[in-house]
Write a protein that binds this ligand. Structure first.
Ligand code: ADP
Ligand code: MG
Length: 736
């Protein structure tokens, strides 16, 4: 019998070499193999007769190779193969397919899948996918072709798998191995999903689900199969989501059970907060501050996500929270994703806080060693009260005297794992085991002996996160939302123009500058790339200073400038010393210059939707009407069209985020996988949105037990399963 955690190389017929190929598909164990699902299915139970094919349809045809030939046309080599069923025959063609030359032998059985097209009155399959089912019979005593193919290949709905190792490990190979594995794993392992949940969701058992998802019953709906909506699919998807949500929920509860700091919120503290406020907070700002303050007063650690669209005024809320901690004698760390942002926070919070006598320091990677040492000393001695920095703050060398609150700004730039690390820094866990903090001190005896007081953590993000995504990424956090912009903002007007009208755009910029405003002009890359003729920031900067705006004050900002210069340029722009700032996307996040009213984005079609939205968020921060001009150069792809249309249509960040997620998928949505997205084996964040909500609800219900519905044993089993799963998927030490 195979165990589900048996390493794949010990499976019959798979050695170390194949195991390595499989690992590129994330297959390391028998469990992984069984969860390597078909990406589509072919109905080879009712394959189509050649005579009944209609142009335009997708069809599976099982037929025998008759003839094949490689034609060298003037434009490209074309491979032609004629397949037959009795008298009927069908031409199949592949373009540029020299590699097919010796592939087929007359008499071979093929399964072909592709689009039927009509060419000069004749039907043909163009570029069909194919699988060789059986070899030509050498002896010449031809049994019916179907019988020569194995029963895993025809006479049923057949699963099609993505091949691996550049096609060396074929779909057919997977079929055989997975079929064999299914027969050899024990069919009766206890279901980790509690019975009551399973019943409510009408889910089949785990083993049955695996069989049916790989080898569907003949009556199964092909459409449900293709869209992963059969009961078997739903079971596997739900299981994956359920254990993710269970883990996040468990973690949330454990964090709440830890010892935290109960900050006092008395009249003195309230007065201190009022003193720093430069303006009247909006109702939304008041509400979220209340939520945050109430967390901070409680004797367990706050884990809260503050969401608010660009410009909604998150910073001041964070500073208010900082005052609560500082007034209670604690230090506050504020972490930003880039140096520019850290610097900006540093300058703006000094303006707000230093007048009131608070001590603010900046610590970033690019600072001189000596200066860094000095700042670290201030931090360690407790002189520094608000410490602002980049990732340098989570470096080992930084010791805090008495850290009470951690604020992480623009969280979408940080991954889940980085967040864990940061929280670790503040907690009792060790570097070697960065996750033990967030995964409960239950697994960490030393921490249990001397319970450390966990600092509060406030995570802020300007990326409106679609709810389903928030549930999977931030399910371990409580959420506050600022859903209102500060008063006096005029909506931003967004227009799209093609770059042959750039003269008009420059004239417009000039008018705005004449009216006392400032403008951003953003380019996708730093240096000219001859191949795709992108106007680069540097070149355009020169162009503007010499030719377009010789009389205006132009600044240049890009990622390769040295940090000090960057800082100078940014500060100059902020103070109104520059009329136009030519930049790459380094200005994307968080930069705040209310007097800037124009955002020109060149080659707008090359930017992602969320990125465009972030860039646009740099303007519309003051009372004057702001304009975002999306300039397109050359041909715009269909996706590009959709992005630009969305930008013109709406400024609602949540709508934009939903669409962006749909267009790009969750991985891209957050940059890369490195951004700490949980990676799913069978679930899909977009396709399975509704299931995520359901999984969340069910996971909460389980943890609210044990009750009459779900037994203690079942909860234990679910948690054990979860542990094994999380250890593997997220490389994290301990859950529960
Ligand atoms: P974000 O949420 O994008 O970080 P910021 O905190 O940078 O937004 O705030 C954007 C701008 O709005 C800043 O110039 C800030 O001073 C201003 N602002 C924030 N809240 C208010 C308010 N209640 N009234 C007036 N201006 C505000
Ligand atoms: Mg901000």
């Amino acid at each position: 019998m195979l165990e589900s955690n048996t390493p794949i190389q010990f499976v019959k017929g798979i050695g170390p070499r194949l195991a390595e190929v499989l690992s590129t598909k994330g297959i390391h164990t028998v469990h992984d193999l069984l969860h390597y699902l078909p990406f589509r299915y072919e109905d080879r139970l009712n394959p189509r007769g050649i005579a009944e094919l209609r142009p335009g349809e997708m069809a599976t045809v099982i037929a025998e190779v008759r003839t094949s030939i490689l034609l060298r046309t003037r434009r490209m080599p074309i491979f032609e193969m004629t397949a037959g069923q009795g008298r009927a025959s069908l031409k199949c063609i592949w373009f540029n397919a020299t590699y097919l030359r010796d592939k087929f032998k007359p008499g071979q059985m093929l399964a072909l899948y592709g689009k039927v097209e009509e060419n000069r009155g004749q039907l043909q399959l163009v570029q069909p996918q194919f699988e060789i089912l059986g070899e030509a019979d050498q002896a010449g005593s031809n049994p019916p072709a179907e019988q020569r193919a194995s029963s895993l290949e025809v006479g049923r709905i057949v699963p099609i798998y993505e091949s691996a190792g550049q096609g060396r490990v074929t779909s057919r190979w997977f079929r055989r191995v997975i079929h064999w594995a299914l027969q050899n794993v024990p069919p009766e392992t206890p279901d980790p999903i509690p019975v009551a949940v399973r019943a409510r969701m009408k889910l089949p058992g785990p083993h049955e689900a695996l069989w049916n998802v790989h080898w569907p019953e003949p009556g199964e709906s092909l459409q449900d199969l293709q869209s992963s909506r059969t009961p078997a699919h739903l079971r596997l998807i739900f299981e994956e989501l359920f254990f993710l949500e269970l883990g996040l929920e468990l973690q949330r509860r454990q964090q709440k059970a830890q010892t935290g700091i109960a900050f006092a919120l008395n009249d003195g503290v309230r007065a201190a907060i009022r003193k720093i406020l430069p303006f009247h907070p909006t109702a939304a700002q008041k509400r979220v501050l209340k939520e945050i303050a109430s967390d901070m007063e409680k004797p367990f650690p706050m884990r809260r996500l503050l969401q608010g669209d660009v410009g909604s005024g998150k910073t001041i809320v964070a500073l208010e929270a900082a005052i609560i901690a500082i007034e209670n004698g604690y230090q506050v760390a504020l972490m930003a994703p880039t140096e520019i942002l850290a610097q900006q926070h540093y300058f703006s919070s000094r303006q707000v806080l230093e007048a009131a006598g608070y001590r603010v320091v900046l610590l970033t990677g690019s600072m001189e060693e000596e200066r860094k040492r000095q700042v670290r000393r201030h931090i360690a001695q407790g002189n520094a009260q608000l410490i602002i920095g980049t990732h340098a703050l989570i470096e080992k060398k930084v010791e805090f005297a008495k850290l009470g609150l951690v604020v992480v700004d623009e969280q979408h730039r940080f991954g889940v794992l980085q967040r864990f690390r940061l929280m670790t820094k503040t907690g009792g866990a060790t570097e070697a085991n960065p996750s033990s903090y967030s995964f409960a001190n239950a697994g960490n005896p030393s921490a249990a002996a001397v319970p450390p007081s966990e600092p509060d953590v406030l995570v802020m993000t300007a990326t409106p996160i679609p709810r389903t995504l928030a549930l999977t990424l931030y399910g371990d956090l409580d959420v506050s939302v600022i859903d209102e912009l500060p008063p006096g903002r005029t909506p931003i007007v967004t227009r799209r123009v093609s770059d042959d009208r750039c003269q008009e755009v420059w004239e417009f910029v000039r008018k705005q500058v004449a009216a006392g405003h400032q403008a951003y002009v953003v380019y996708p890359v730093i240096e000219e790339n001859e191949e795709n003729e992108i106007k680069a920031a540097i070149k355009m900067y020169h162009e503007m200073t010499k030719r377009i705006f010789p009389d205006l004050r132009i600044g240049l900002l890009h990622g390769r400038l040295d940090p000090e210069l960057k800082e100078q340029v940014m500060r100059m722009f902020q103070k109104g010393g520059l009329d136009v700032l030519v930049a790459t996307t380094v200005i994307e996040v968080g930069v705040d210059v209310p007097n800037a009213t124009v955002m020109v984005i060149e080659h707008a079609e090359r930017f992602g939707l969320s990125q465009l939205h972030q860039l646009r968020g740099r303007i519309g921060r003051g009372a004057a009407r702001s304009h975002c001009i999306l300039v397109t150069g050359g041909k715009v792809s269909e996706d590009g069209q959709q992005r630009l249309d969305a930008m013109v249509r709406t400024t609602d960040g949540f709508k934009i985020a939903e669409l962006d997620l749909e267009l790009r998928g969750p991985g891209e949505f957050f940059g890369t996988r490195q951004a700490g997205m949980p990676s799913f084996q069978v679930a899909n964040l977009i396709r399975d949105r509704q299931l995520i909500e359901v999984a969340r609800r069910e996971a909460t219900a389980v943890l609210d037990g044990p009750n009459s519905e779900i037994s203690k044993d079942e909860i234990d089993r679910a948690v054990r399963h979860l542990r094994a799963r999380w250890r593997k998927t997220y490389g994290l030490a301990e859950v529960g």
